[in-house]
Design a protein around this ligand. Sequence first.
Ligand code: 5AD
Ligand code: SF4
Length: 466
Amino acid sequence: MTKIDIGEELEYIEKVNKINIGKNLKYNILTMGCQLNENDSEKICGMVEKMGYTKTDDISLADLVIYNTCCVRENAEEKLFGKLGEVKKLKEAKGTIIAIGGCMMQEKHIVEKIKKSYKYDVIFGTHTLHKFPKDLYNAIMENKKITDILDIDGEIIEGLPIKRDDNIRASVTIMNGCNNFCTYCIVPYVRGRERSRNPEDILAEIESLSKSGYKEITLLGQNVNSYMRVEREKGLTESKIDSFAKLLRAVNEIEGIEKIRFTSPHPKDFTDDVIDAIRDLDKVSKLVHLPLQSGSTDILKAMNRVYTKEQYLNLVQKMQDKIPGVKFSTDIIVGFPGETEEDFEDTLEVVRKVKFEQIFMFIYSRRIGTPADKMKNQVPEEIKHKRFDRLKKLYEEIIAENNKEYIGTVQNILVEGYSKTNSEFLTARTDTNKVVIFKGNRELIGKFIQVKIVSEHMWYLKGEII
Ligand code: 5AD
Ligand code: SF4
């Protein structure tokens, strides 16, 4: 991927900083949606802090309020409009600057609604995040509303400042966009076509994270296991690291990084080289996120997922045969158009068979512009909710069963800090992403330690240091 020079845009960081100097300004940010959005927000925070704002969790103190939005499901829209209604009073009282960015801003009908009915200063999209300093500068200097959206795919942007929330675990975006067009999903329309960052840039970022003391890296993308595929097929890369498996192997070599996770892959791109890399590489988590979406072959077809129930189960079996101790987490949508009781039973059957460690469950949400929204056979809300509750019940039974297997085992875990819900305990996560709490002193934070699991409590395990 060719890099573009964003030097001119970044000069605006300094320009805004000059205006703000000595004013002790504060900003508040709300991030909706997935880890990719969280990673984008870390970049927004990096730019904003260099522009002279410090972060506050108290929105009433903020001089700049930023919403980084998601549009994967409808509830995020309701949430944003609620928030925009509330922040209006703050703007009227003290002139708070309101900036709205992210996926929802790539939807024309949403931007029109905001323009018509809400107060804002800057609207920016997923492809114009790096232009936020310039847009903010113009909004301040010219005292006018700025809308800066690009409909075509943006370039890969390198070199933005970043302010990370955590100092032990870091997320690194390796690719943007998606080419899969699952029929329910809005992502390809708001994040554009798949494009990968150069491996050299990714590795340099991770090396620098390692030097700053980070121990765990999560590689992010909408479809990580097709990393570099487009570039490879179009002959756009000369790098030796031209696949996801090769990238994993290269990241595994980086000294100081001790745990590697990635999300989300697509079952159709789980080629043998990726499976072998997970098996071979000691730092790569043996919890594989394998989005199922539905267990019914008919529904999978209607979703354009390009695998059947049997192919999914065969893939699980293949990984279980090849990778000792492999476990799975997944995403499931209930109530996709046309989903019958039988189809839903198929989903439950796959859940029972695979015994997922973690399930992200979603009720199907109609998204304007997607093929599934136009399907005639929408499932009534009541049925969707009933199925969701049944899936949740099964999930809880499976969690309880899975948890029992942990009792008495010794887990090698990275201590993350004090538990947010109980400050007497430290918190960490197993390789399979289960939260473990245990007593210990603060010197352990950032280190890998051995903990014996003594009890299970549904959403977390309790352990003792050995
Ligand atoms: N409705 C419900 N869930 C959805 N997802 C994506 N689009 C929709 C939708 N329209 C879920 C999928 C995806 C996860 C990130 O969000 O399960 O894997
Ligand atoms: Fe959406 Fe499917 Fe792409 Fe995931 S793979 S982002 S669900 S279109």
